[in-house]
Design a protein around this ligand. Sequence first.
Ligand code: ZN
Length: 192
Amino acid sequence: MEVVKAGEQVLRQGTRELSREEILSEDIQGLIEDMKVAMRGAPGVGLAAPQVGIPLALAVIEDRAEYHGRLTNQQLAERSRLPIPFHVVINPKIIASGEASVEFFEGCLSVPGYAAIVPRKLAVTVEFLNQHAEAVRIEATGWYARILQHEIDHLRGVLYTDHMHVRTFSTLENMERLWRDLPAASVKSKLS
Ligand code: ZN
């Protein structure tokens, strides 16, 4: 499975919701398995169906502890970043979000090699169907809330570049070399 890159219309056109019967079908269960493999292979912490060229309202998410090795304990704590087990999010809706926003660098497998500071809600409540077509409600905070907002954006044709602080757009290499250890406010002021 290849990940579609920015500039392809499928990333911009929005998605169709799935019925419970479709979710339980062999086709969709197979798609979920293929997307899990593609996400782990990338590797990434989320992958939405439009990113593999399929305009359906489905995303897979997994944040493994082994991905956290490049961040210090303090950076993990600032991001409220904890391991998130593999799960599937289908027809998701953000039904509530807190007032507070937080700003961190964020990247996307469809915009490879780059990152930018993106403001996101610190906390969101999301309703969706899981891969067994069961209704789930999750109250997420921190990095998990950021992942959910990023993936749900993909399902409505939105990329992080639509929300980013434009002047912080950096190569991943430069972000890691120059900016990752600084608070977002200093990065914004130095690049403004
Ligand atoms: Zn993305």
